[in-house]
Design a protein around this ligand. Structure first.
Ligand code: SF4
Ligand code: SF4
Length: 380
């Protein structure tokens, strides 16, 4: 993304009947287009090549341990927020085969598959908190001493069509984490859906040379002062409708000095150690390497796959696990997200997307847990 500052800030109008042209343009440029669509009664991310796959007229309801999508007459193209999927599944696949081997006449040999082209995606409908999450994962996979090539190859050529949030979910708290509801950078084009009785359009802000090319290719009209005022009002309204909030002041010190707080046992008694929170979290990056064989023992495979600090094996260090209780595992996860991540990577590991709250089967809420510890904190 190397647009000049003036190009980066230009605002246009994208009509709803131009969404297909946007998808077509990106596909002609060689991108595989991925975006929100409906499957199994939920908004998920998948490859899409048709504007009709985007769930028009759908809104979502989210609360702790609760998710529903509903058809609503007044809902637009992006009247829901994030679901259980995040873009990390495209940038760091949940399971990836590193190598395969087979046994023939007692001899083991490596199976070399034809190299597959690395998919380059255009992500359509990326929320501001998700742009922040991708930036967090960049720090982990790209900016440290060990660069992850699998991630780098996928990350290096993505296009991001962001969508600013107009209808935050019941578990969203991006305002507290300063990651939304408006995308400020990190996108090629950012859309804000304006939906009124007789008007349905997107205000499109260019954020890169690609964004400028899209505006030219689709012959987008410049946004009028009224359009820009409506966009600002939409974002302001959204900022005032966050379902959750969290006090982040001195949160690193707060959690570090409360490692023995009784609240960790309270949450540990409820936690099922199912790892849902880490699977849905767009910033969680832990993985493991696993060897498997088929039932005959004739083929073997080494894969890397997502792992979770909520599994007991994850903290296994010669002789046993070091985090043996649910309370220790939850404390480790939450303290890492909100506190020690700042020491490690210079940013919070939480972007306020709310997924871990919505998809926790027992409704454990990171904002509630942080508030409970703050309310009866040990020491200063
Ligand atoms: S910790 Fe929860 S709210 Fe924060 S980024 Fe992860 S899933 Fe979203
Ligand atoms: S906090 Fe909730 S989602 Fe996470 S491991 Fe515990 S029960 Fe599962």
């Amino acid at each position: 993304m190397s647009a000049s500052e003036s190009a980066a800030k230009s605002k246009f109008v994208l009509r709803t009947n131009q969404i297909q042209a946007l998808i077509d343009f990106l596909r002609e440029r060689g991108y595989r287009t991925a975006g929100p669509t409906i499957r199994d009664c939920a908004v998920i991310y998948d490859e899409i090549n048709n504007a009709e796959q985007i769930p028009l007229g759908v809104a979502d309801e989210q609360e702790a341990g609760f998710y529903r999508v509903k058809k609503r007459k007044e809902a637009g193209y992006f009247s829901y927020v994030v679901g259980a999927h995040s873009w990390k599944k495209f940038l760091n696949p949940p399971r990836f085969t590193l190598w395969k081997a087979k046994m023939d006449n007692g001899e083991m040999s490596l199976v070399v598959d034809e190299p597959q082209a690395v998919p380059h995606y255009a992500f359509i409908g990326v929320r501001p908190c998700e742009i922040a999450a991708i930036a967090v994962q960049d720090r982990v996979y790209l900016d440290g001493p060990y660069v992850d090539n699998l991630y780098k190859e996928r990350r290096s050529a993505i296009a991001i069509i962001a969508v600013n949030c107009a209808h935050p979910g019941g578990t969203c708290f991006c305002v507290s984490m300063d990651t939304g509801p408006e995308a400020k950078s990190g996108f090629d084009l950012a859309l804000t859906e304006i939906q009124e009785t007789n008007r349905h359009l997107f205000v499109a802000t260019t954020g890169s040379d690609l964004g400028v090319e899209i505006a030219k290719a689709l012959k987008l009209e410049p946004a009028t002062p009224d359009d820009i005022a409506d966009e600002a009002a939409t974002i302001k309204r959204a900022a005032g409708k966050m379902g959750r909030k969290i006090d982040t002041s001195h949160i690193n010190e707060l959690l570090q000095r409360n490692e023995d707080h009784p609240r960790w046992n309270h949450v540990g008694d409820r936690c099922l150690n199912c790892a849902n929170c880490t699977m849905v979290c767009p910033t969680c990056f832990c993985m493991t390497v696993e060897d498997t064989t088929d039932i005959t023992g004739k083929t073997a495979e080494r894969s890397r796959r997502w792992d979770s600090c909520f599994t007991i094996e994850f903290s296994h260090i010669h002789g046993g696990a070091v985090r043996t209780s649910a309370s220790a595992r939850y404390r480790h996860w939450m303290t890492h997200k909100l506190a020690s991540w700042q020491d490690q990577f210079g940013v919070s590991g939480c972007v306020g997307c709310g997924r871990c709250i919505t998809w926790c089967p027992v409704g454990i809420d990171i904002t509630e847990e942080a508030a409970a510890i703050r309310a009866s904190s040990r020491g200063e």
